[in-house]
Write a protein that binds this ligand. Structure first.
Ligand code: 2BA
Ligand code: 2BA
Length: 108
């Protein structure tokens, strides 16, 4: 048994979830915030058998697009004053996926 933790763009979350549940996966969704952009994203947890992990990742890759975004990084505390940084282009999304071993899965 594995637990998949997938951080996805909130714009892609509904479609990803639809695809996962239609394929018979069970899932739990929470609203999260990215530490770097400080913007909302969505984290999907899927507990599934080892042999279905690739299928779940496939469902995520079919529904979560990678896109670029311009952001102004937070001011740094270095230097004489608060230094405002130039906007930078970052690549966001697709899905950031962690797969963890599950020691025990109990339904009461
Ligand atoms: P954020 O932390 O808001 O990051 C958004 C995007 O900004 C990242 O996209 C990456 O392209 C860029 N970025 C993040 N930290 C950076 C840094 N220290 N320097 C330069 N660029 C940076 P993704 O890599 O696709 O990540 C999307 C979201 O997935 C992240 O949102 C965060 O919520 C989560 N995430 C990504 N890697 C993670 C990790 N190793 N542990 C926990 N959460 C992670
Ligand atoms: P929900 O996803 O809203 O599911 C509510 C109930 O609907 C489930 O109760 C189950 O009886 C049924 N159900 C859900 N997905 C199904 C599917 N693909 N096929 C057939 N029946 C399905 P519980 O099993 O007691 O789960 C309660 C909540 O626990 C779920 O709410 C979900 O948030 C979470 N959960 C359960 N199993 C999970 C797993 N393997 N991975 C991630 N989250 C899980």
């Amino acid at each position: 048994m594995k637990l998949i933790m997938a951080i996805v763009s909130s714009d892609d979350a509904r479609e990803a979830l639809d695809r996962l549940t239609r394929a018979g996966f069970r899932a739990t969704v929470i609203s999260t915030t990215g530490g770097f952009l400080r913007e909302g994203n969505t984290t999907i947890f899927v507990g599934t058998e080892d042999q279905r992990v690739l299928q779940a990742i496939e469902a995520l890759s079919q529904t979560c697009r990678r896109r670029t975004q311009w952001v102004s990084p937070l001011p740094t505390l270095e230097g004489p004053g608060l230094e405002m940084s130039e906007p930078i282009e970052v690549s966001v999304g697709g899905a950031v996926v962690f797969v963890m071993n599950v020691e025990q899965y109990v339904q009461i």
